[in-house]
Design a protein around this ligand. Sequence first.
Ligand code: 3MF
Ligand code: MG
Length: 344
Amino acid sequence: MAKKPGNYRFSFGPWNISMGADPFGPVVRKEVAFAKKVREYKKLGFDYVQLHDDDVVPADWDAAATTRGVAKVRQLLASEGLKGEFIAPRLWEDPRTIDGAYTANSASARRYARDRSRRAVDIANMLGIDLIVLWPAREGTYIREAKDPIAATGLMVDAVNDMLEHDPNIRIVGEMKPNEPMDQAYCPTVGHFMGLCYRTADPKRVGVLIESAHSILAGLDPSDDMAYALWHGKLWGVHLNDQNGLKYDQDKTFGSVDLRRAFNQVWVLDRAGYYDIGVVGLDIKAMRTTKQIDETRHLANSLRVFQHLLKLVRSVDASRVEALRGARDYEGLELYIMEHLLGR
Ligand code: 3MF
Ligand code: MG
């Protein structure tokens, strides 16, 4: 008998409860303290918290202060029955990384980025987390001539190796995005980073986190990107959301633009037994028009859409799909899927 499908674990990042500022206007909602955000998780149905290093402790704290600060956050998470999913070194806000972090032209900027990344690994260890997420925000260029793109590729591998060597158990995933804030990012897609994984010092500890919007921005289908990484055994994180075409990174509610595309992501994850592999992370922004009282609705709504889609995925008539595939009747298959989504 087939194995019973498992239950999913869910996460989001504290930055997903936000104040609504955009490049054209200031904040429109009040700031919510970190501890208050943490207390929202369970109520909303989430068990895991996605963390940046400086969500836990400020980046400029020394070792002793860091240890004390991390202990407080460990206690806060434990008191809520929550776990940290990953630590991501937030390398893109510091003035030293204006021209990039691992691929900056300045050696001292590169050193800062690598020191801070090792410290992120230490923070992860202190919190009992074994996953680091690298979103290489400023690795890339505004103009192609600014950096040496061949050297940059090697510098990305060196940075990953540095963390692998720093800790024998840590796993590292790249969260690739083709543009924004850079005009062109180095390693713009999942496939690019996967190529690098195999050239690191310990390939079995390096994988990817796939964000739906990032694949869409690269003109790719997120479910196919996920399938590619799943085949390699390297999909250890996802950021589900949605994106309306090729524009700035929107982080819209999961399924809100293209339900069928979202359905296919849930289908591919469920088919691969992702519930046993990783946490289903959301990376969703509230609309700027959202009122303070509704500041977590986009998260609850996305989770609800995931659960609806999971029901649809698990009630697909697999033998009918197989028969239609066998007959090369893709018109029939398309209608079957659309009617299934429509509840008809
Ligand atoms: C940017 C992102 C990031 C990452 C986060 C964790 C701020 O498009 O998706 O969100 O998800 O840094 O790696
Ligand atoms: Mg993300």
